[in-house]
Structures are given as structure tokens and as C-alpha cells.
Design a protein around this ligand. Structure first.
Ligand code: DC
Length: 219
């Protein structure tokens, strides 16, 4: 059967990762969470003390150190899945993701991963920059309150500290930074299909997505 590239973009905490992972699993495709790549670079910058007290990033130093950073779903060999989801990284990742040299390196890696097709990639610029020719592009959205509520419950379930108001503010701040930054701002590709999942169950969403995939594969 023919294999396609599926680009899933949208706002933070829309459940993109869960949906993309499930879709990849069903199709037997590779799943790539590009947000985790930007988060890993942010964790690296934190550990190298590249943020000052005002959270200004020492971009020159990060640029010099970046060639040493190896991300293959781990950061330099360490499993950082938990650490990259905490507020320390979440509140600074937009600063790192706004650096052109960071994006350049990560986009190159992402494009290489999609060469053989059969991939589901989620992020902010997948349908616009990484794979502008992706066969299927989905743009996911949901209200900021719904998204904050979901992240709050997620953290609570993991027994991690969670405060709804600060999570909501983090979601809104990131929306603003993601869609107003100079390099590759979050924007819907002209040929993307919009999915507002504020009031959809995971099962309804998965069924909707599979329908879109079937349509594309039948073309
Ligand atoms: O999807 P996420 O919340 O894990 O993404 C973390 C941050 O990384 C988010 O604030 C925006 C940035 N990001 C990006 O700029 N480009 C991508 N392709 C993926 C994420």
C-alpha cells in the first residue's frame, strides 16, 4: 500500500501527540514528536546554565554547543521524557524554539526522518516548513481553557505539582509566542484540514482522522 507523510500542526496541549502517536500505531507508521526535540534542546540549555535570572538565553553559546547535542528521542543518550514536560522547560521552550539556528538543525533532522514516507509528525511548522508537500495536513485547535484543563489533569494524574491558573497563562503565552515569532510562526497551511477537538472524545477524533487518511490513500 502507498505510504504518505502526515503533518499534524496546531496549538500547544491540543492532544496532538496522543492523536499522532495513535494514528502512527494504527497505520504502522513512524511517529515523530518534534516538540520533544525543541524541549530537549531547552533542557540542554538549562543544564548548561544558558538562561540568566531574567530568562535571557545565551544564544551564541547555545549555537556553539549545539553540534554536541544528539537527539534521537533521548538527549545525549539519556531518557528525558519526564523532565522535558515540566514547567521549567515548558516556560522557556518558546525562547529556544525561536532561535533560527536551532530550527535549522532540527528541521534538517526532521526532513531526513521523512524521506522514506510512512511518517506521522507533529509540531507547529510541519505542514508549512518541514514537509510543505505532505499528502495530508491537519491543523488542530481547541480553546485555551480546554487545553489548560487537560494539561492540569495530566500533571495531577502523574502526581506532579499543578496550578490551573499558571498552566492557563503558560498555554496563552505559548500560543502568543508560537504564532508571533519571526521564524516559522505557527500558522495553518493553506491546504490543511482544521480539526477543533474542544468537544470531541479521543475515539471520535481517531475515527475522524482515519476517515481523512482513507480519503487520501484512495486518491
Ligand atoms: O508541542 P509541544 O508543546 O511539546 O512543543 C513545545 C514547544 O516547541 C512549543 O512551545 C513550540 C515549539 N515547537 C516549535 O516551535 N516547532 C515545532 N515543530 C514543535 C514545537
Amino acid at each position: 500500500m502507498k505510504k504518505i507523510v502526515i503533518a499534524i500542526d496546531g496549538y500547544s496541549s491540543c492532544g496532538k501527540s496522543t492523536m499522532a502517536k495513535e494514528l502512527a500505531h494504527r497505520l504502522g507508521y513512524v511517529y515523530v514528536d518534534t516538540g520533544a526535540m525543541y524541549r530537549s534542546v531547552t533542557l540542554f540549555a538549562l543544564r548548561e546554565h544558558l538562561f540568566d535570572a531574567e530568562d535571557t538565553l545565551d544564544a551564541d553559546r547555545l549555537s556553539a554547543l549545539l553540534p554536541q547535542v544528539r537527539i534521537d528521542f533521548r538527549l545525549n543518550g539519556e531518557n528525558v521524557e519526564q523532565k522535558i514536560r515540566g514547567l521549567e522547560v515548558s516556560s522557556r521552550v518558546s525562547i529556544v524554539a525561536a532561535q533560527p539556528f536551532v530550527r535549522e538543525m532540527l528541521v534538517r533532522q526532521q526532513q531526513a526522518m521523512g524521506e522514506g514516507k510512512g511518517i506521522v509528525m507533529d509540531g507547529r511548522d510541519i505542514g508549512t516548513v518541514v514537509f510543505p508537500k505532505a499528502e495530508l495536513k491537519i491543523f488542530v485547535t481547541a480553546s485555551a481553557e480546554v487545553r489548560a484543563e487537560r494539561r492540569y489533569k495530566e500533571l495531577q494524574a502523574k502526581g506532579q505539582p499543578a496550578d490551573y491558573e499558571s498552566i492557563l497563562k503558560n498555554v496563552q503565552d505559548r500560543d502568543y509566542m508560537d504564532s508571533h515569532r519571526e521564524v516559522s510562526p505557527l500558522r495553518q497551511a493553506d491546504d490543511a484540514i482544521v480539526l477543533d477537538n474542544s468537544h470531541l472524545t479521543i475515539a471520535q477524533q481517531d475515527a475522524w482522522l482515519m476517515d481523512r487518511v482513507r480519503e487520501k490513500l484512495a486518491e
